[in-house]
Every structure is written in structure tokens, then in C-alpha cells.
Design a binder for this molecule. Structure first.
Ligand SMILES: Nc1ncnc2c1ncn2[C@@H]1O[C@H](COP(=O)(O)OP(=O)(O)OP(=O)(O)O)[C@@H](O)[C@H]1O
Ligand SMILES: [Mg+2]
Length: 289
């Protein structure tokens, strides 16, 4: 592991970005999202903006702060884009540093992919607003050339320690683990993976960050995690679907659970465009059918 980077440095233009993005988010919400449940007047829960266009009006204004959520879906449904958007917009619009733990995709490929949305992860890392932790290659027993990574060979305790250090180093408020099933590589049986998931969830609760855990399931299956515990240890489950029939409207999002929140129970069309994922309503997509 290399030495600790110097202290927290806020991007010079974050405040301006924040103002501009807030404006554009508001106008987006007015134009494209008509669904709105009332805020709960009895709840004192802090919520943070998700950074996902169109999502917050469906969940009482944002994600309950300091909790963990599952982002579940089949391959190619947009789970990694969703999570990067949560982290990147968290940094640029809300000045909340983030940690991205990648266990599936190599960090360099992720950085390259996300540039197609204008999300410069490398710049955010250089500004000490983002830390990428590479666990993608350690699980194969190979060394990583990333600044923050697990050494060759997987060790959950070392990974958790590295995550906690990263959170402290940059004062992270948001965290992603992409993905949980990739952990399965390192264990002989599902029970051990379940224990690992419980351990991760306990650690996340202690760090106080708001986290997204990525899970992979086959389209059409009525489960949200591969090991049967993921959906129970989190406070919310977002399910992404993609029918893959050639039209953007074949992508949808369903909020399967969100504790302490009046949330939309509809199936929402989603679009992946130049700014990432936008959640819509059936009315805004198809009119009053
Ligand atoms: N710049 C883009 N513009 C529009 N659509 C895109 C763009 N980049 C990716 N996509 C769509 O998003 C899909 C990949 O999204 P993502 O990597 O987030 O999926 P995932 O659910 O994480 O997949 P996996 O389970 O394989 O990790 C692509 O297959 C493509 O359909
Ligand atoms: Mg992915």
C-alpha cells in the first residue's frame, strides 16, 4: 500500500457546479417527473440527494443518510453507471467525497467508461474527493498497480480495513461496493459469503457513510441478491431491468423496498443518456395512457 495522500482538497469549481446542477436538476424534475409523494412531516431523518436525475422526487427527496442500499439487476442493466453517478454527482454537486470499491471491473476501464458521461474520475481522485479501491484483480491472486488496492490474494478483513482508512482519509460520505457477487470468488461456499456480507454491512453501519452495494440477479427472477441475505441487511433495494429489445424505454427501475420512506411503487422507465441515468414516469414517457 502506498503512503497516505495529503489532506482533503475541495474542487475549486464545486460550488459553481453545485449551483448549476441544482438548477438543472430542478428544471429537469419539473419537466420530466410528475410523480411526487408528500414528505413525511413526522420524520426527522436526514436525506441526501441521490445524484440520479429524477429519482429523489420518488423517495421523499433523497436517500436516508448513513444507510445502505442494494442496486440489483441483470448484466448490462446500468448498475455501475447508477453507482458512479451517485458518487460523481455527490462529489461535483454536493461536495461529498466518495469511495468506490471495484471488485468486478478494473479501475482503468471504469474511468474510461465513465468519461463517456463527462465524469472525470481521475480528476476527482487527484482532488482527493474520490478513492477507488481495486479488489478486482487481487481475487485472482495477482498484484494490482493501483495506488489503493488489495495485495495479491483476497482477504476480507484487509479490504474492510482499507475501506475504513479510505473513508477517513478523504472524509467520505458516500461509498459503493461493486459488486457483492464478485466476493463469491473467494469463498468455498455460500454460507461464508453470507457471513462476509453481514460483516460488510456491520462495517458500513459503523462508518456512517451512505452506501450502494451492487448485486447481480438474472432477469425475471424474483430475488434481489444472489445469497439470500443482501436484501435483508440493507435499508432499500433498487431493481434495474433491461428487456434488451432495442428501445430505451425497455429499461426500467423499480423501488422494491425503502425503509422509513413513502416511495413510488411504480415501474419507472429509465434512459441512459449523455448525463447518465434519468428516471422517468410512465406519464412523462407515454402521456396519460
Ligand atoms: N455512454 C452510454 N450511453 C448510453 N448507454 C450506455 C452508455 N454506456 C453504457 N451504456 C449502456 O449501459 C450498459 C452498461 O451499463 P453498466 O456497466 O452500468 O451495467 P452493469 O449492470 O453494471 O453491468 P455488469 O453486470 O456487466 O457489470 C451497456 O451495456 C449499454 O447498454
Ligand atoms: Mg457493472
Amino acid at each position: 500500500m502506498k503512503s497516505v495522500r495529503p489532506g482533503l482538497k475541495i474542487c475549486a469549481n464545486s460550488t459553481e457546479n453545485y449551483k448549476q446542477s441544482t438548477k438543472s436538476n430542478q428544471s429537469h424534475t419539473r419537466n420530466e417527473t410528475t410523480y411526487k409523494k408528500p414528505k413525511n412531516p413526522f420524520s426527522s431523518m436526514n436525506r441526501i440527494p441521490s445524484g440520479i436525475l429524477g429519482l429523489d422526487p420518488l423517495i421523499e427527496g433523497g436517500l436516508p443518510e448513513g444507510r445502505s442500499f442494494l442496486v440489483s439487476g441483470a448484466t448490462g442493466t446500468g448498475k455501475s453507471i447508477f453507482c458512479n453517478q451517485f458518487i460523481y454527482n455527490g462529489i461535483m454537486q454536493y461536495k461529498q467525497p466518495g469511495v468506490y470499491v471495484t471488485l468486478d471491473e478494473r479501475p482503468n476501464l471504469l474511468r474510461e467508461d465513465m468519461l463517456s458521461f463527462g465524469w472525470d474520475l481521475r480528476k476527482a481522485e487527484d482532488d482527493n474527493m474520490l478513492e477507488m479501491i481495486d479488489g478486482s484483480i487481487a481475487k485472482l491472486g495477482l498484484p494490482s498497480d493501483e495506488e489503493y488496492s488489495m495485495q495479491a490474494g483476497f482477504d476480507l478483513d484487509k479490504l474492510l480495513l482499507e475501506i475504513m482508512r479510505a473513508v477517513r482519509r478523504i472524509g467520505a460520505k458516500r461509498l459503493v461496493i461493486d459488486s457483492i457477487p464478485a466476493l463469491g470468488f473467494n469463498y468455498e461456499n455460500a454460507n461464508e459469503v453470507r457471513k462476509a456480507i453481514l460483516k460488510i454491512s456491520f462495517m458500513l453501519e459503523r462508518t456512517g457513510v451512505t452506501s450502494l452495494l451492487v448485486s447481480e440477479v438474472n432477469e425475471g427472477e424474483n430475488v434481489f441478491g444472489k445469497y439470500g441475505v443482501e436484501e435483508y441487511v440493507v435499508d432499500g433495494v433498487f431493481v434495474l431491468h433491461y428487456l434488451g429489445l432495442g428501445s430505451q424505454s425497455n429499461r426500467t427501475l423499480h423501488i422494491r423496498k425503502l425503509r422509513a420512506t413513502h416511495h413510488s411503487e411504480e415501474l419507472h422507465p429509465i434512459e441512459i443518456g449523455t448525463k447518465g441515468i434519468t428516471i422517468k414516469t410512465m406519464q412523462s414517457s407515454f402521456g396519460n395512457v
